[in-house]
Design a protein around this ligand. Sequence first.
Ligand SMILES: [Fe+2]
Length: 370
Amino acid sequence: MTANSKAAIAERLAEARERTLALVEPLDDEQLNTVYSLILSPLAWDLGHIANFEELWLVQTVGAREPMHGDLGRFYDAIENPRVTRGELPILRDTELRAYMADVRERALDVLDSVDLAADAEDPLLREGFVYEMLLAHELQHNETMLQLLQMVDGYESELVEDALAVGPVAPGPETVAIPAGEYEIGARERGFAYDNERDRHPIELGAFEIDRTPVTNAAYAEFIEDTGVEAPMYWERDGSAGWVNAARGRRAPIDPVHPVIHVSWEGADAFARWAGKRLPSEQEWEAARPRLEGVGHGWEWTASAFLPYPGFRAFPYPEYSEPFFGPEHMVLRGSSWATHPDVVRPSFRNWDLPQRRQIFSGLRCARDA
Ligand SMILES: [Fe+2]
């Protein structure tokens, strides 16, 4: 890998950090340390964790340097400290936190100068810059988690949010697309960055099915609620008459009927699909159909699949990213949301959460057997 690509990595790291800091820029230290929800971390934890993950991988692991703050890292370990406990941890705050983030970055760039990122580098972490891609993805994915929490902050405003939430018109076309029976390749290709849970790429036999070309809209979901009395999406509140408003960020904004619905639980998504006489697609069906789907990118789309390892799965570079979450209790979401950075989006990406969760930017589209 050339000096130029090292410069490109440094630039991308700087851009990601700029985005992270821009998201919290309107907030004060007290807001950064407030527990808004027991299923989400205080933002100061996310910030410290982003920097600590960078120190762990880019400074300690790759650079073989000692930790800067003794065993501070244990408070930022995501597995050791479930979200419900994070408000109680003696984590860094305010100027100490900012200084730690900057110090780690300085050291990480120093290490970057001296590493070999060639395609045949001995260390698989460094080969083609894998560990740097992982770091970038980690910070950008935490930006999305932070945006989940920022929906709970009354009065929070950000240009980034306004721009990203705007939904363009969907091209006219048929309601569903037909996908023929056959063998499809699922998972990430050999080259390029992907998480361990997206590998190995493998063939799968699918029966013929139809899938909605566009995701379920707010209007359709509202009709489903009126008809069945099921739980409304998170942040929906009655507007005093028959309609709904969106109360995210403490506002009461009208709900656009043609926008894809988000903040729906898997339970709600599955019930909607059955109410509509359809079903959720499996994650393999979703991936096979991906090139023909519209409207992808406003909300993650729940699938009928539990989060399970693919054949040949090998944990890399650490077991805690995927392995503890494999099993029938977590359901897979595919696609991306308005809060997902484009660098994180790829057809093989697998997101997951518990079936009752609605704080994520989650919607759905329906499918049925042909
Ligand atoms: Fe993390």
